[in-house]
Design a protein around this ligand. Structure first.
Ligand SMILES: [Zn+2]
Length: 452
């Protein structure tokens, strides 16, 4: 038996030296992870490369080459899963005009994204969980839209991950809605993802989490020659990009600089991802993205959504943004033979596990508070049962020392209040809802309760 059911009480992960990690897997999610196919991922990436270039300003109308052909292929590939989805999956183009507005967009164009929506089955659950990758590729010159720009890893790997998830996940129901977006315009200035983030804001989507996958298939670094397909990075912002003055005051008051919503999502990806995917460690990077570079999570964060970027641990600059050629005996270019398909499979797995777990979980606990009106050496937390969605079977009260990156203790509580003999001054606490099958919501950091 692979399912080790022991987590009912609390999980101790204080130190790997003298404690064990208890793993409890939902058999449905576990079976979906087992279904992930390295071969299909490889075939998808090779197909994406066959379009010669997927540059945003490349041929829009061709049937074999250019971004237009690639967009149609991605849409058709996702549509193949509609019959197995019981009418829950729909796939469409999201088109919008863009003028020649800077050095990266030189003429009038109509840009397109592909959006696949897998509708939730609970009519009162309006939560949305979104996963994204970019279809467009580039070479050395950002405006070169005709050269061979294979983009096997950047971001063929992310697109292949989404295609594989749609195939597997659309067979199963979820309480909340999943949205898969394959965008263009990323390299020209994040246009596609910005368009979707702005739509989400304007239409008031209850978008709980956004996962951006950009370069998840390269496992060998240039220069340092590190070879590693057992770690992956999750970038998350510490201080929210949309922080208001009022939010900043609260952050200072509770010392919440390491507990932004994006950081909690990153911890969730680590905990749930590692629960389901073997031979993979998720490394949290306490940064919104790499130095001077961004990704499709950017406008989601900027507009106040909770978003993270998933990215390979070691980048290879012989691959990134290079038209394939030999230089000083070195093969340059983002070619499919340099993609580690097993690595893409595992990185797809952490996305799948996170999305399935979140979409099946109850809503987060409401009005979560920590009592600070008395001077005591214990901590009392209170919260209310969410009034929508799956009814929680209970709650996990999470606790960690203030200098620790990950939650260290997890108490299972069935009521709406707990008092623990640990000082709130020395620990950080959070509460998450959990259903009877172990799907947890994102953790909620309690607000200070000043008056009795
Ligand atoms: Zn990219």
């Amino acid at each position: 038996m692979k399912h080790i059911l022991l987590l009912a009480g609390f999980l101790l992960t204080f130190s790997p030296l003298f404690s064990q990690v208890t793993i409890h897997r939902d058999p449905t999610i576990e079976s979906m992870i087992q279904e992930l196919s390295r071969t299909r991922i490889q075939q998808d990436i090779e197909k994406l490369v066959s379009f010669h270039t997927r540059h945003t300003l490349s041929n829009q109308t061709g049937t074999k080459q250019g971004v237009g052909a690639a967009l149609h292929w991605v849409k058709a590939e996702m549509e193949k899963s509609i019959p197995q989805s019981d009418g829950r999956l729909s796939v469409s183009f999201d088109s919008y005009p863009l003028g020649p507005n800077n050095r990266r967009v030189t003429r009038n164009v109509t840009l397109k994204n592909v959006i696949a929506v897998l509708k939730g089955t609970n009519p009162e659950d309006n939560r949305i969980f979104l996963v994204s990758a970019h279809l467009d590729s580039r070479g050395d010159d950002i405006n070169d839209s005709t050269s061979y720009e294979p983009g096997a890893d950047d971001d063929g790997s992310g697109v292949a991950a989404l295609l594989e998830m749609v195939r597997i996940m659309s067979k199963h129901p979820y309480s909340g809605t999943l949205i898969f977006t394959v965008v263009t315009g990323e390299e020209q200035g994040l246009y596609g993802s910005r368009h979707i983030a702005e739509k989400a804001k304007k239409e008031n989507w209850n978008l709980v989490a956004m996962l951006n996958n950009d370069m998840i298939g390269q496992s060998r670094s240039s220069g340092t020659e590190l070879s590693n397909n057992t770690t992956v990075r999750v970038f998350s912002e510490g201080v929210p990009a949309y922080e208001t003055e009022q939010m900043a005051r609260l952050r200072a008051f509770v010392a919440g600089e390491n507990d932004s919503k994006s950081r909690e999502l990153a911890r969730y990806v680590k905990e749930v991802g590692e629960r389901y995917v073997d031979q993979l460690t998720v490394n949290l990077i306490y940064r919104p993205d790499r130095y001077g570079r961004g990704g499709d999570q950017f406008y989601f964060s900027k507009l106040g959504f909770t978003a993270v970027r998933i990215c390979e641990s070691h980048e290879n600059y012989d691959r990134t943004h290079k038209v394939p050629r030999m230089e000083n005996g070195v093969q340059l270019g983002d070619l499919p033979q340099f993609v580690d398909y097993e690595y893409v499979r595992k990185n797809t797995g952490i996305n799948l596990a996170t999305l399935a777990s979140l979409a099946e979980a109850p809503y987060e606990p409401q009005h979560t508070q920590v009592q600070i009106f008395d001077l005591t050496n214990s901590t009392t937390l209170t919260w209310k049962t969410p009034d929508k969605g799956v009814k929680p079977a209970g709650y996990y009260v999470l606790m960690r020392a203030t200098d620790q990156p990950m939650w260290q203790r997890k108490y299972y509580v069935t009521g709406n209040k707990v008092t623990l003999p640990y000082s709130k001054d020395n620990y950080i606490f959070a509460v998450q809802s959990v259903d009877s099958r172990g799907h947890e919501s994102l953790p909620v950091i309690p607000l200070p309760q000043f008056k009795r």
